[in-house]
Design a protein around this ligand. Structure first.
Ligand code: NAI
Length: 332
């Protein structure tokens, strides 16, 4: 059979990884015929906890898992990687300003970008999850200068899945009847969940979400707010940030990127902006994409109304300002 794929997960002793590693090891990303080797990266103080995760992975007794390596050295972790899922990040602590958070993370993602550049496969697919995910992805990209920009992405699939779930709940159908919602922009409270191009199947017929729900006040109001603030609502209830749903979204993102999206469907990915839809080039911005043969393509030419344009610009502006802060920090 084919060589095992090397999948590196950072923040591997953390709570998202705890929900994620099992799914990767049983084949949810690469499929049931492809063995995987897991490379687990965390910081030195977490090595004992990480050994516990390694023991549990062994005990899962998964036939597709061809090996596990745990390390605190990014160069070891990213060595020969086919996929790198960057979950580990400095968490925001009480009283921490956004700029402090960016500063701590700029250092981490600069180092990891350098390491990816040096030791990963040239085709490595990189997904940044650790927040601020879009700007962390941008920092990684800027430091992995020999890798194509199309190798980098940031996770907005959780937001995308949240939007689908809210529409399905409202219409009273199961989630697979809903498709082609879009998350535009930043994985933050400025993100714009957009259903203008989305469809829902009711009574065997595919219809526009807008026509089925026909409640603009809800679509422009509570719907958007619920999706934007869902992360906060989960922290408030669970006293921990979303992990199970984040892990599911990571698997969805990597699976679709590698295996392709179904005909006629698009999903949301934070990817390098080429300037389409008037979004400043060079940002990592969430767009609707289709995937085929391991590459994504931004869905172009969707008509954008005035409401959407305002929202898309707002979240782009936030990313521009995060990029300015990051540049300032990195050049200091
Ligand atoms: P966690 O705190 O449970 O785990 C994070 C792990 O990363 C810890 O084990 C920590 O030691 C490790 N870590 C810290 N710095 C590292 C470094 N330089 N290299 C390797 N590992 C490092 O956090 P959790 O809940 O797993 O979340 C991880 C990140 O994902 C957070 O930044 C969170 O905000 C973000 N997140 C992003 C979402 C998205 O949709 N983009 C959704 C949910 C969470």
């Amino acid at each position: 059979s084919a060589e095992p794929k090397v999948v590196c997960v950072t923040g591997a002793a953390g709570q998202i990884a705890y929900s994620l590693l099992f799914n990767i090891a049983r084949g949810d990303i690469y499929g049931p015929n492809q063995r995987v080797i897991l490379h687990l990266l965390d910081i030195a103080p977490m090595m004992e906890a990480l050994q516990g995760v390694v023991m549990e992975l062994q005990d899962c007794s998964l036939p597709l898992l061809a090996g596990v390596e745990a390390t605190s050295d990014p160069k070891v972790a990213f060595n020969n990687a086919d996929a790198a899922i960057l979950v580990g990040a400095m968490p925001r602590k009480e009283g921490m300003e956004r700029k402090d958070l960016l500063r701590a993370n700029a250092k981490i993602f600069k180092e990891q970008g350098d390491a990816l550049n040096t030791v990963a496969k040239p085709s490595v697919k990189i997904l940044v999850v650790g927040n601020p995910a879009n700007t962390n992805a941008l920092i990684t990209l800027l430091h992995a200068t020999s890798l194509p920009k199309e190798n980098f992405s940031a996770l907005t699939r959780l937001d995308h899945n949240r939007a689908i779930a809210q529409v399905a709940l409202r219409v009273g159908v199961s989630v697979e009847k809903v498709r082609n919602v879009i998350i535009w922009g930043n994985h933050s409270s400025t993100q714009y969940p957009d259903v203008n191009h989305g469809e829902v199947e009711v009574g065997g017929q595919r219809k526009k979400i807008k026509d089925v729900i026909a409640d603009e006040a809800w679509l422009h109001g509570d719907f958007i707010k619920t999706v934007q603030s869902r992360g906060g609502a989960i922290i408030k209830a669970r006293k921990l940030s979303s992990a199970m749903s984040a892990a599911k979204a990571i698997v969805d993102h990597m699976h679709d990127w590698i295996q392709g999206t179904p005909e006629g469907e698009f999903v949301s990915m934070g990817v390098h902006s080429t300037g389409v839809y008037g979004i400043p080039a060079g940002l990592i911005y969430s767009f609707p994409v289709t995937c085929k043969n391991g590459t994504y393509t931004i869905v172009e030419g969707l008509p954008i109304d005035v409401f959407s344009r305002t929202k898309m610009t707002e979240t782009a502006d936030e990313l521009v300002s995060e990029r300015e802060d990051a540049n300032q920090i990195l050049s200091a």
